[in-house]
Design a protein around this ligand. Structure first.
Ligand code: OSB
Ligand code: MG
Length: 375
């Protein structure tokens, strides 16, 4: 199929509840949706870069630039029969994984639709439901946090992740652990600590956590290996793993015993699957992380999490946990067994609603193969 048109849609949606991590607080989530048009079909991809360079160095602005000026021109008017064809057309861009992922994932959706198969099947998935949990942000007080956790447990979430930062860690996690002694519980520091804080992690080590996510510097592997050697609880890396190479290096020096795979952070579904395979070969479990996606990104996450080595619950909560009205339908809902069902329609299995897209849209770019626009 020939890629006839690519569009960028910079949108913003208000979160149902503000989300606070060690690097900041978000009340509105911006993202770029990419649509790729060919043969009367439209494939969708979500770019998970945020408003500012807080989680990673990418932003909506940098991703827009890289997509508009480098990635889209490389694929416009070209023939693709598989996502690998599109990736092979990409120029050799260093970094910018979230920008690359958005376009690549849109091509996966397009090709899966053209083949009439669900994305999960095209990826090699083995599940029709994926186990999920909920990521709970930093709250204004311990009472507010306990209330929030209680509400999520009542909704059916069987695994809880708590965001931590210096001053909001051992005491808070211990309180949740005491109230729910058997709850599958994990924490995420978003790189807020240094090796000098090892005593904090030795205390957390006794609280029966599934894992401790990204305790140290956002690009570090070496010091994570030092910390991991002191802990029984597995360290899980998020920010530090930005490509399959980082995953290989991390496993080589035992910087972690678990990897959080985020499709955007690692540069797309092809790289995400490669990290999954690498971890599977080495007996290292993985799980699917989240970036507060709309239903477009969520559908890609659900499909990815159907691969066999996604054995830990993902940060793939129900759509209603994020936005009052998503730009795509249908919403993902939580099953009673803390799973989310995998769509069975071809491609991502969600439809972007044009009126909702234009209502949420701040900026729109159309690039067509037939009329060549000067960049
Ligand atoms: O570190 O996993 C993270 C959200 C935005 C940026 C980083 C992270 C997160 C989450 C939320 O933890 C996961 C989700 O429910 O989408
Ligand atoms: Mg994280």
């Amino acid at each position: 199929m020939r890629i006839e048109r690519v569009e960028l849609h910079h949108i913003a949606l208000e979160l149902v509840h503000p989300f606070e991590t060690s690097f900041g607080r978000e009340t509105v989530r911006p993202c770029i949706l990419v649509s790729v048009h060919a043969d009367g079909l439209v494939g969708w991809g979500e770019c998970v870069a945020g408003a500012g360079p807080w989680f990673s160095c990418e932003t909506v602005g940098t991703a827009w630039h890289v997509l508009r000026d480098f990635l889209i021109p490389a694929v416009l008017g070209q023939e693709v029969i598989s996502p690998a064809d599109a990736v092979a057309l990409f120029p050799p861009i260093r970094g910018h994984p979230m920008a690359r992922a958005a376009l690549e994932n849109a091509v996966w959706d397009l090709v899966a639709q053209a083949r009439g198969v669900p994305l999960a099947r095209m990826l090699g998935g083995v599940r029709d439901r994926v186990p999920v949990g909920v990521s709970v942000g930093i709250e204004s007080s311990l009472e507010a946090l306990l209330e929030r956790v209680e509400a999520y447990i009542a909704e059916g979430y069987g695994r809880v992740k708590l965001k931590i930062k210096p001053g909001w860690d051992v005491e808070v996690v211990r309180a949740v652990r005491e109230r729910w002694p058997d709850l599958p519980l994990q924490v995420d520091a978003n790189a807020a600590y240094t090796l000098d804080d090892a005593p904090v992690f030795r205390e957390l080590d006794s609280l029966g956590l599934l894992l401790i996510e990204q305790p140290l510097h956002h690009e570090d592997l070496v010091e994570h290996a030092r910390l991991q050697a002191q802990l029984r609880t597995p360290i899980c890396l998020d920010e530090s793993i930005r490509s399959p190479e980082h995953a290989r290096w991390a496993l080589e020096i035992e910087a972690c015993r678990v990897i959080n795979i985020k499709v955007g952070r690692v540069g797309g579904l092809t790289a995400a699957r490669r990290i999954h395979d690498l971890c599977a070969e080495r007996g290292v479990p993985v799980w699917c992380g989240g970036m507060l996606e709309t239903n477009v990104g969520r559908a890609a996450n659900v499909a990815l999490a159907t691969l066999p080595n996604f054995t830990l619950p993902g940060d793939i909560s129900a759509s209603a946990r994020y936005y009052r009205q998503d730009v795509a339908e249908p919403n993902f809902v939580l099953n009673e067994d803390s799973t989310i069902s995998v769509p069975t329609e071809p491609g991502l299995g969600v439809r972007v609603i044009p009126e909702r897209l234009s209502a949420a849209r701040l900026r729109h770019l159309v690039r067509s193969a037939r009329r060549d626009f000067p960049v």
